[in-house]
Design a protein around this ligand. Sequence first.
Ligand code: 5GP
Ligand code: ZN
Length: 116
Amino acid sequence: MSDCLFCKIVSGKIPSSKVYEDEDILAFNDINPARPVHVLVIPKKHITSLATATAEDTLVLGKILAKANEIAVAQGSPDGFRVIINTGRVGQQEVPHLHAHIVGGPDPVGPMLKRI
Ligand code: 5GP
Ligand code: ZN
């Protein structure tokens, strides 16, 4: 996906502040952090969202979650964190390359959702 922002981050065409990388996933700091720790974890392979992921993506999706605690602790959230995966229009996903937000820091991140 040559015109995808996060694919360009994977290929290095757009710089990022990387915090973890292996053959399948990349983690980097969010450019506009909402909490002291705000890392995005993405599959290196382009997957648009959880709405388009398939059974073939099971391993990489598991890896994103399995690495979350290690990444959170290393970045300064040793006592828990929150994972958010915004999906599609209703989830208000802005970047159409699947990503998990890992948010945390020294203090609790706040209520899960505001009631509407
Ligand atoms: P979404 O709303 O799609 O779940 O979240 C997209 C996230 O990507 C936002 O938190 C936004 O700050 C972040 N973001 C957008 N563009 C860039 C970028 O060029 N670099 C980095 N590191 N983060 C970005
Ligand atoms: Zn992409």
